[in-house]
Design a protein around this ligand. Structure first.
Ligand SMILES: [Zn+2]
Length: 291
């Protein structure tokens, strides 16, 4: 395990334990979340070594990197994904010719962009997901180390859909994508929001903590601090309305041992209503530019 000595955002050295949470999807082990006493940022601490994290993704139930539809929740997730791909494309298409998707997974989003005429490039660390997207969609996808070899200022849009919370070397990754972004380009980052209603309601059972795969647990303020630190600025925050339902349903399952679609749906709805106008949605999209 690797223990943080400094806060990944503000570099201060004093933390308190925020929560202890179980890994419900793969290992069943318990992990801790530290909260920085200075800036308030929450991060998983300690974390598995980088060469050991792979085994925490090895699960039939971990569906982010596969396409198997099994449970009702998984099926719902797949159906919503089809719809959201189109919404995501509509968000990025303005003034865009070249797009880089970091953490491109099985490639559905990039494939959609490619069919709409964009020049597409993907980065995906998982061998199986990367190979799937190359074989099935004929996409140009590389391993993470390729980020340092791509030409600087070559992309109008760089997207990271629910990826930044998984990335080792957080600050290095922000610098890498900043180098690749054109001067007037846009970075689009989607991450869960641990200051949402559903996070507060479910506490250690909140499915979007997803320890130890999620290394960071961002609030909107954390994202702003992190971006400012790297000479970037958050221009707009947008909701991801479906995530509150999905996350609440999974959280119900973790809390009570079985899924309760009605309770999960209800909690997701309340979360969305309470977040209206306040940017406290369960997951949010941050539109980021260079300062
Ligand atoms: Zn801090």
């Amino acid at each position: 395990m690797k223990k943080y000595l400094n806060c990944p955002i503000c570099n201060e050295q004093s933390f308190t334990t925020h929560l202890n949470c179980k890994d419900y999807t793969v290992s069943g082990k318990e992990f801790s979340i530290s909260k920085c006493d200075s800036c308030g940022f929450k991060f998983t601490n300690p974390i598995p070594q980088e060469n050991e994290i792979g085994k925490y993704y090895e699960s039939e139930e971990y569906i982010s990197h596969s396409n198997t539809s099994k449970t009702i929740i998984d099926k719902l997730y797949q159906a919503v994904r089809k719809y959201t791909i189109k919404k995501k494309y509509n968000l990025v298409k303005k003034n865009a010719t070249a797009i880089l998707d970091v953490g491109s997974g099985t490639g559905e989003f990039l494939s959609f962009c490619k069919h709409k005429g964009l020049i597409t490039k993907g980065i995906e660390p998982s061998d199986s997901a990367r190979n799937f997207s190359i074989k099935n969609y004929k996409l140009d996808i590389s391993e993470e180390k390729e980020l340092d070899h791509l030409e600087e200022k070559s992309f109008d849009v760089i997207t990271m859909w629910h990826v930044l919370e998984h990335v080792y070397h957080l600050n290095k990754r922000i610098e890498q994508i900043k180098r690749l972004l054109k001067e007037k380009g846009t970075i689009v980052i989607a991450v869960p929001n641990c200051s949402s209603y559903d996070a507060g309601k479910y506490q250690k059972y909140w499915a979007a903590y997803d320890l130890p795969r999620h290394l960071y647990h961002f609030t909107p303020n954390d994202i702003k601090l992190l971006m400012n630190k790297h000479g970037l600025k958050v221009e707009t925050i947008l909701p991801m309305h479906f995530d509150s339902y999905y996350v609440s349903m999974l959280s119900e399952k973790y809390k009570n041992g079985k899924g309760n679609i009605f309770k999960g749906f209800w909690s997701g709805l309340i979360s969305n209503i309470k977040a209206t106008g306040k940017n406290t949605y369960s997951s949010q999209i941050y539109i980021i530019k260079k300062q």
